[in-house]
Design a protein around this ligand. Structure first.
Ligand code: GLY
Length: 356
């Protein structure tokens, strides 16, 4: 993998850079200039990486070990972090670093957004999903028993440092699951991503030569979207392509499925729905199936009855009122929306997932 860092700028009222490369800790020092205290939130599995970060911070650094994965995104864990900030006298001038996957950066972002009504946050994502999606765009939050991400805020980071070396220790299945978001970026905005994966699916499915370009292109897609629409009042909605059914599948699987696996199934559902609504050609739908299958992602789903998934979609926070709204495609890189689709169309799209 190339050692030259690449910078992708995210526009907005507080613009920032996403830096993609290796050995990025000198950049961290710059992003934290002026902070007297820096809390580094990470899960125990990343102890070695956290030590390297804390070594850069010296006596400004405060380690905060949080649970791994979604277990980090609770009110209790956030409260424990706030207590630590209170005990150590964190001021508005101080900063928080989120080191880990999407769950840890979501938590760290929310702690930063809520502490003293907002302090600086820098994200160091260590997973593919974190690098191309969760750490960019300022969405932060925690889960409640009644649903995921129900409490949170838009709080853009001061910077995001994607150290590609972190992906080398990521379990292969987690890397592949993160690629579902990469494929999504390809279909909604950057067809070159699709070409790169189709040229060599096996290479794309492993950390290697293709990784920097896939990350860079996906980050660029996300940066362009959230730079234009931070608060999801319009364009940002396209990032939800494949997620409406995907979130319902995650819930049906009691959140034991990886997010990316559920999104893969959701992408096929959204493509089929687009086709059945007369928007998208069968060829492009097949392209979804071939690409996702080629990467080793799930392309079939029949574990839950349609009625269950349909009822879960009703409470998806992205639906407006009782009406369902889907991101669909008119063609590759031409996302659009479909409001309140016919129930038969939805059921028919789901039926195509059965044992595909
Ligand atoms: N993950 C979708 C978004 O950031 O809007």
């Amino acid at each position: 993998m190339s050692a030259d860092p690449v910078r992708v700028s995210v526009a907005g009222t507080t613009p920032y850079d996403v830096v993609i490369g290796r050995h990025l800790l000198p950049e961290l020092s710059e992003l934290l200039l002026g902070a007297d205290r820096v809390a580094v939130l990470y899960s125990a599995v990343l102890g070695e990486r956290a030590e390297a970060v804390l070594a850069v911070l010296g006596n400004r650094g405060y380690p905060v070990v949080v649970p791994d994965g979604e277990a980090a995104k609770t009110v209790a864990v956030a409260a424990r972090c706030w207590d630590l900030l209170a005990r150590t006298g964190f001021t508005r001038n101080d900063a928080i670093v989120g080191l880990g996957g999407g769950a840890v950066t979501d938590l760290a972002g929310w702690v930063a957004a809520s502490w003293l009504r907002g302090v600086r946050i820098v994200h160091l994502p260590t997973t593919m999903l974190g690098m191309v999606d969760a750490a960019i765009g300022g969405k932060t939050g925690i889960n409640l028993d009644s649903g995921k991400n129900l409490v949170g805020a838009f709080h853009p980071p001061a910077g995001v440092l994607c150290d590609l070396d972190a992906l080398r220790t990521l379990p292969a299945r987690d890397y592949v699951a993160g690629l579902a978001e990469v494929v999504k970026c390809g279909f909604i905005a950057d067809p070159v991503i699709l070409d790169l994966i189709e040229d060599d699916p096996a290479a794309a499915a492993t950390v290697g030569e293709l990784t920097p370009e896939l990350v860079r292109r996906s980050v660029q897609v996300k940066a362009d979207v959230v730079g234009a629409d931070l608060r999801e009042s319009g364009l940002r909605e396209i990032l939800n392509y494949g997620h409406t059914l995907g979130h319902a599948v995650e819930r049906a699987e009691s959140y034991r499925w990886r997010h990316g696996d559920a999104v893969a199934v959701g992408l096929i559902f959204a493509a089929e729905l687009s086709r059945l609504a007369g928007r998208l050609s069968a060829d492009v739908v097949q392209r979804h199936r071939d690409l996702l299958f080629g990467l080793g992602l799930p392309v079939a789903y029949d574990h839950a009855p349609w009625e269950m998934l349909r009822s879960f979609m009703r409470v998806d926070k992205k639906s407006r009122g009782d009406r369902l709204r889907f991101v669909v495609l008119d063609d590759v890189a031409r996302p659009s929306t479909l409001d309140n689709p016919d129930e038969q169309l939805l059921a028919a799209a789901y039926a195509t997932l059965e044992g595909a």
